[in-house]
Design a binder for this molecule. Sequence first.
Ligand code: HEC
Ligand code: HEC
Ligand code: HEC
Ligand code: HEC
Ligand code: HEC
Ligand code: HEC
Length: 438
Amino acid sequence: MLRNRLSSALRSLLALSFIVFTATPIIAQDAANGENVFKAVCASCHMIDKDMTGPKLMDVTDRWAGKEELLKQWIKNPSEVKKLGDPYVTELLQKWEPKSGLMAAQAVNDAEIDDILAYIAAYVPPAPPKEEVKENGNGLTFDEMSLALLLVVGILLVILIMLLGLKAKLGKAIALKEEGEAKPSFIGEIIADIKYFITEQMNPTILVLTIGGIVTLPVLVIVFLNIQDLGSQQGYAPDQPIKFSHKLHAGKYNIDCQYCHTGVEKSKNANIPSANICMNCHKVVQSGPTYGTEEIAKIYAAIGFDPDKQTYSGQTKPIEWVRIHNLPDHVNFNHQQHVVAGNLDCENCHGNVREMEVVQQVSLLEMGWCINCHRETEVAIDNNFYQEHYQQVFEDDYNQFIKDNPKKQDVGIKEFVKEHKRYTIADLGGLECQRCHY
Ligand code: HEC
Ligand code: HEC
Ligand code: HEC
Ligand code: HEC
Ligand code: HEC
Ligand code: HEC
């Protein structure tokens, strides 16, 4: 008996240790390595706690529960997994493919994927630095938001108090009146009461305050709602004067973005191409697969070209493209800095334009959007080593490093910066107000 029990206890102990041992590989996953791989490979499209070009990846293992292998396969080769027709994947693609295209196959192995998933599972959002503005999902600063709220609540309170006062006084007035006269009709009674109240009971201050309150309250509510709408132009895709298709030009015919948006690599603005650039091709290409000659004729009208005689009349009028992305004037955004120094692709911010029949705004373009990326993205040191306002940060860190490691005097500053430190844009002052605001 005793022996039996003992051995069964032993057996369960053995089983338990077996479970513990086989479970250890999970602990062996390296979230720190996962973070590095994620930042290098995935962060251009994904954030963990916010949708970007791709969906936020928080709790992704829950969404793929029971399909761990499929998830790995997905990351390594989405187009293969798409073909399998898994219902979850199909639903995911219905939501994301139209705006962002299909995720590209990622050059990562299974071990790296385990690390990435461990990093995602362990992710805690960074605490905001002290002096920084807190924001809510609308990109409104916290202070503005609470100020607006306070104002509305305050006014509501004042009005409530006034109404309570009014009710008490009305009650009294009615009681006074009821003693004498016979009752008129219900509505007539109310009108008479209000008239009596306004002419006999109301003092001018209360009158002004009441009317003031009634007028300002709706205005405030409208302003408040409008503030909330500010900047939420995401998804904006207006009709354009010519049905120009990026899917056809940049997708099917694979024309470089820079061919038309000539400014992206050398200036603040990307530029919308002039009709001259269209004419490089459309002098010859006079009809298209969808609209025949109709839409291309509008280019000719704009530039004063007669396709039959192949002559220019000299009379031109600009094509009035409707602007889609539009930051307020107080914001300083520079394409060259992001595309050349920052080495970002257009897709990072504009989504998969090559798939878009009509361009739409994919990103939020709110302050929080800029700041999140600046917090997460590492600066490509090679492109920036000589940037003046980064130098001080580099030098301070370097001096500290030499002080802490006197034996490493032979490490040069450039080597130190490139090999011993990782800088996000935020580390180099990319969250300072004046960098982005005039
Ligand atoms: C070029 C952009 C891009 C890159 C880089 C990218 N993804 Fe994606 N990812 C997407 C898009 C877009 C989707 C949404 C599905 C679709 O449209 O293909 C997606 C979907 C996913 C999903 C499914 C999310 C869900 O909610 O179920 C996972 C998981 C994922 N990506 C992981 C990764 C990992 C890990 C990496 C890096 C190794 C990575 N992705 C790199 C664009 C990208
Ligand atoms: C053949 C010329 C041409 C090419 C190539 C081209 N575009 Fe455009 N792009 C235009 C024209 C014209 C407009 C304005 C009309 C419109 O919005 O569709 C435009 C508009 C845009 C807009 C919206 C601008 C706004 O108003 O905010 C973005 C973003 C954009 N293009 C990105 C790209 C990207 C990314 C590529 C490369 C993948 C690209 N374009 C390739 C001609 C071109
Ligand atoms: C580098 C060459 C090139 C440039 C530059 C170019 N296009 Fe095109 N465009 C084409 C080609 C090729 C076609 C398709 C012809 C076909 O498939 O039959 C086309 C087709 C079109 C169509 C007809 C689409 C349809 O489906 O009927 C329109 C409209 C158009 N382009 C407008 C523009 C405008 C506006 C510009 C300038 C902003 C421009 N294109 C610049 C090459 C170009
Ligand atoms: C870091 C994000 C980011 C990247 C990367 C980026 N853009 Fe933009 N793009 C923006 C923002 C923000 C605006 C709005 C600018 C404004 O209103 O001043 C914009 C505006 C535009 C416009 C409208 C005209 C203009 O200059 O304001 C075009 C066209 C455009 N981008 C094309 C491109 C192309 C092509 C690429 C890739 C070569 C690219 N962008 C890369 C963020 C980006
Ligand atoms: C997808 C990521 C991304 C987004 C979104 C983004 N940025 Fe940046 N930004 C970068 C990178 C990367 C750099 C570093 C460029 C370099 O290496 O010099 C940068 C640098 C800058 C700088 C120079 C900072 C400095 O310290 O000198 C300014 C200013 C800036 N961005 C403004 C903006 C604004 C304004 C927005 C939003 C409208 C924005 N950025 C959105 C990635 C981003
Ligand atoms: C990385 C770029 C960036 C930095 C750094 C930045 N801002 Fe902004 N800010 C923006 C952009 C972009 C907008 C426009 C948002 C919109 O139109 O929705 C904006 C808008 C604002 C607005 C108008 C309210 C709103 O949300 O539209 C205020 C106020 C503001 N910023 C204050 C600040 C202050 C204060 C700081 C420094 C603590 C700061 N910003 C740092 C990019 C930045």
